[in-house]
Design a protein around this ligand. Sequence first.
Ligand code: NAD
Ligand code: WQD
Length: 340
Amino acid sequence: MKILVTGGAGFIGSHTVVELLQASAEVIIVDNLSNSSPQALQRVAEISGKAPQFVKADVRDRAALQEIFKEHQPEAVVHFAGLKAVGESVEQPLSYYQNNITGTATLCEVMAEFGCKQLVFSSSATVYGDPEILPITENAPTGATNPYGRTKLFIEEMLRDLHVSDPEWRIALLRYFNPIGAHSSGRIGEDPAGIPNNLFPFISQVAIGKLPHLSVFGNDYATVDGTGVRDYIHVVDLAIGHLRALERLAKAPGLVTCNLGTGRGYSVLEMVAAFSRISGCEVPYQIKPRRAGDIAACYADPSFAKQELGWQAERGLEEMCQDGWRWQQGNRQGYRGSNG
Ligand code: NAD
Ligand code: WQD
């Protein structure tokens, strides 16, 4: 199968491309490299033993997309390309609406023009806002608390409207929980620019000594130890979920919305303890006030993904920490400063 992967040089995209190539798919990547490195693509090829085709372009560039569709005629698209930093989205909302919403609309228009109507979209658990009931099922109420989250909500609505207007479309809306870890080779992983916003890369940079300590944002939530609880999922499990979703779309028409999580939540302090144990390094931390917009707890009911896609997460917290630590140790500066 020929698959176009937008944002395929990024964290989740690069891991998904490895799984696709290993499953004998032909992969074309379109990425503007605004938040990723060409090194990731070299390493994807090294791990997989074959290279994906790569076009450096923006998904808002209609002419570039048309060229790609003309030349490669992909049968399906996995759409990761977009901006994802919550804080930045509050400061630069138009850039988020422009990249995420206009990007997706342009992509879908070009797909329709070339008769390609199978799409897997990267949504997020952020669409559940502050959940009333845990674990979260797909029919829980949605709502967003920041522009980034709103782009995901609006895109989901746009894709539902598209499917209503033309039921030939086959669409999977995958709501990711908190992807962490790295490929077991240690060659690809998460490479945040500057100081990480997310917990796992922050802990990992403290463990290796790049950052002095972790700030724990609040210890007065109604959780096991007062710190925030999240459903961390190994990025390779998440990547495999995309293959199952593509298989599902190939089998039956329709629009399907699935949580991709493990169903198990861990607190910030549980994450610190697990990472320290696996790495053998201390992770000093200081308790700080709550971070604006944070919620107490968020974890998935993943049973619908199992039923609908035949997918469930297989890798536990230990493996997430081991693989994330291997990546951190082998790539202290991420992809920067590396020639291969
Ligand atoms: P990432 O930033 O590592 O990957 C996104 C990729 O898209 C990058 O390579 C970037 O260069 C590219 N890109 C951005 N805008 C583009 C554009 N306009 N045209 C072409 N390429 C563009 O992020 P990620 O963590 O791999 O996330 C992938 C997707 O999953 C995103 O849509 C994100 O919102 C979503 N998501 C991520 C998480 C998470 O915690 N990482 C959770 C839920 C959902
Ligand atoms: C996890 C927990 C923090 C950093 C974000 C986005 C969400 C999704 C995934 C894309 C929370 C605590 C964190 C730190 C801390 N992305 N924390 N110190 O907030 O669940 O989700 O990434 O869709 O949209 O909002 O993930 O890793 O930032 O935080 O104490 O330095 O760790 O308060 O409880 P979050 P996170």
